[in-house]
Design a binder for this molecule. Structure first.
Ligand SMILES: Cc1cc2nc3c(=O)[nH]c(=O)nc-3n(C[C@H](O)[C@H](O)[C@H](O)COP(=O)(O)OP(=O)(O)OC[C@H]3O[C@@H](n4cnc5c(N)ncnc54)[C@H](O)[C@@H]3O)c2cc1C
Length: 387
């Protein structure tokens, strides 16, 4: 069936997935007068225990949505992002949260999601849990697992890396498994994990093909990511093998000894689509442009492209043309971010000594730093500059 547009009636969007991308586009459309329903497969809207990095670009989107104050309450803002080698020597440092630099905060995923849910609800978005989507049509229908077909002016697949909406529309160009991934967990912050002078920093530690990412995520929470190759079965096990991680990172043995029993493994992938939309159906977030998390920008891109999508279609007479314009405007920066993120994984398998030498030199290059920080410094479509 054709879209419902016309006659001045309230326009309607049906969205698959209540993650970062789905909630962002839902809130932004509702704020522009659309009637919006989000279908979430899970039975509740809770996220798992982990932190998330949000750079200036994502903060600008949160500000534009009105979710910023809630999302950043209690957030941690570190003074530096450091990369350290197997002997705990600094290879690279990125200054943050100071005049002229990018802003970077870390928060609990739960806090971010809750802020987006609250802004959705405040703007009249209906969020249906236990509502599984199985596909969409270019004519503007969302197809539900219970057999219902939800007609709308716009349908959006924000249903994550295994997007059913994307696959039903035959939009996938490729999906690349990177052979690497991470176990994420949250533990309490206590003294003694790292030197007193380092405790507020973000620090990525390397040893062989493994990494430990140390991230304060609030006054009370420490977010830990244990990264390794997908065939490093002993290292990716949950609960984590403390003896194995201590042996690889002896200078972090106090921290490793405190690892909890919970944790979640995720493999890193890159997703590219032939197109981001088909007719009146669009895909965004990990379903359209997943990337490895080395730059902490997968969620940032979902936030930017969610808001950008709402801006593009808000008052458009021709939704498919507006979706084409959205893709043309947003895709180049998203692909730049994907490429820069993927490049950060190149060094995973390098010998320690080589990695130390190369990063110590490249870490001084302002040009390379600006390539990686381009996304962070961007003012997203629909956002304002100041955060
Ligand atoms: C280890 C790791 C660390 C990361 N760290 C960062 C970081 O620090 N900063 C950052 O910006 N990004 C980070 N990312 C990336 C970020 O998590 C993702 O890019 C982001 O969550 C994508 O959001 P999304 O809304 O597209 O998908 P998702 O968050 O996956 O949400 C999809 C939603 O759709 C629902 N769903 C799925 N299928 C269906 C269906 N068929 N019907 C209905 N609902 C469905 C799911 O239940 C889910 O709620 C990280 C990723 C990883 C793996």
């Amino acid at each position: 069936m054709a879209g419902l547009n016309g006659g001045g009636a309230q326009r309607r969007a049906e969205i698959a997935g209540a993650g970062i991308g789905g909630l962002t586009v839902a809130a932004a459309l509702a704020q522009r007068g659309w009637r919006v329903t989000v279908h979430e497969r899970a039975a509740d809207l809770r996220t798992f225990g982990a932190g998330i990095y949000i750079w200036s670009n994502g903060l600008r989107v949160l500000k534009a949505l009105g979710a910023y104050d809630e999302a950043t309450a209690g957030a941690h803002a570190g003074p530096l992002f450091e990369t350290r080698d197997h002997e705990n020597r600094v290879m690279e440092e990125i200054p943050i949260n100071r005049p002229g630099s990018a802003r970077l905060i870390t928060i609990l995923r739960e806090t971010l999601t809750r802020s987006l849910i609250d802004i959705c609800r405040a703007n009249g978005v209906e969020i249906r849990t236990s509502s599984e989507v199985v596909g969409a049509t270019p004519e503007g229908e969302l197809l539900l697992a219970d057999g219902k077909r939800q007609a709308a002016d716009l349908v959006v697949g924000a249903d994550g890396i295994n997007s059913a909406v994307r696959d039903s529309l035959d939009l996938l160009l490729y999906r690349k498994h990177l052979g690497y991934g991470a176990v994420r967990m949250l533990i309490d912050r206590v003294d003694g994990d790292v030197a007193e002078a380092d405790k507020d920093k973000y620090i990525e530690h390397f040893s062989g093909s493994r990494r430990i990412l140390y991230t304060p995520a609030s006054a009370r929470h420490l977010y830990i990511a244990l990264c390794c190759t997908s065939d490093d079965e002993a290292a990716l096990r949950v609960p984590s093998d403390r003896a194995l991680w201590s042996e690889a990172f002896p200078h972090l043995s106090h921290l490793v000894g405190r690892f909890g029993n919970a944790g979640r493994w995720d493999a890193f992938e890159v997703v590219k689509l032939k197109r981001w939309s088909s007719g009146a159906a669009a895909v965004l977030g990990d379903g359209a442009h997943a990337m490895p998390p080395y730059l902490g920008q997968g969620g940032g891109c979902a936030l930017m492209n969610g808001l950008g999508l709402a801006v593009a279609v808000a008052d458009a007479d021709d939704i498919p043309a507006a979706l084409d314009a959205w893709e043309a405007r947003e895709r180049p920066l998203t692909e730049h971010t994907q490429e820069q993120s993927e490049r950060q994984g190149d060094m995973n398998l390098w010998p320690d000594a080589l990695r130390s030498q190369v990063l110590t030199i490249t870490g001084r290059s302002r040009e390379l730093a600006m390539l990686r920080l381009r996304t962070a410094m961007h003012v997203p479509t629909g956002a304002v500059e100041a955060v």
